[in-house]
Design a protein. Sequence first.
Length: 81
Amino acid sequence: LDLTGSPITHERFLSRPQGTYGSATEDYLKDGATPISKLVLAGDGIFPGIGVPAVALSGASAANSMVNPWQHWQCLDQIKA
């Protein structure tokens, strides 16, 4: 099985306009806030943007918007135990 990634496959499978990767910087949402209570977005379209570290940071920011960082660390410690 050979799957080649191209702008055409990005457009088809990722619903990216014209096969773009990530969003244009002017299109980033400043945070993951939504009008739906307790729904917070994270990912490459949320500041700080594309790439694994940036997406991980947006996920941590989303988590920290629901609980304070101290509670977040306590949850992570429970997972490790």
